[in-house]
Ligand binder design. Structure first.
Ligand code: FES
Length: 62
């Protein structure tokens, strides 16, 4: 599913970025361009980021 329409970033791309070490919105902005233009995606991207970080920390619970 697309999270950032402006940059064509999907939830999968965000999860992959988290696997590679991204752990803040700033990281997603730098590596994927999330929230770089209109900013509408910021809240949803943050949600996906937090979920991915939780899954990374405790993968057996999901
Ligand atoms: S939807 Fe992400 S910057 Fe516009």
């Amino acid at each position: 599913m697309y999270i950032c329409i402006c940059k064509g970033v999907t939830d999968t791309a965000i999860r992959e970025a988290v696997c590679k070490g991204a752990d803040r919105m700033r990281d997603l902005k730098v590596c994927l361009g999330v929230s770089e233009q209109c900013g509408v995606c910021a809240a949803h991207a943050q949600e996906v980021l937090e979920t991915a970080l939780m899954q990374k920390a405790a993968p057996q619970q999901f």
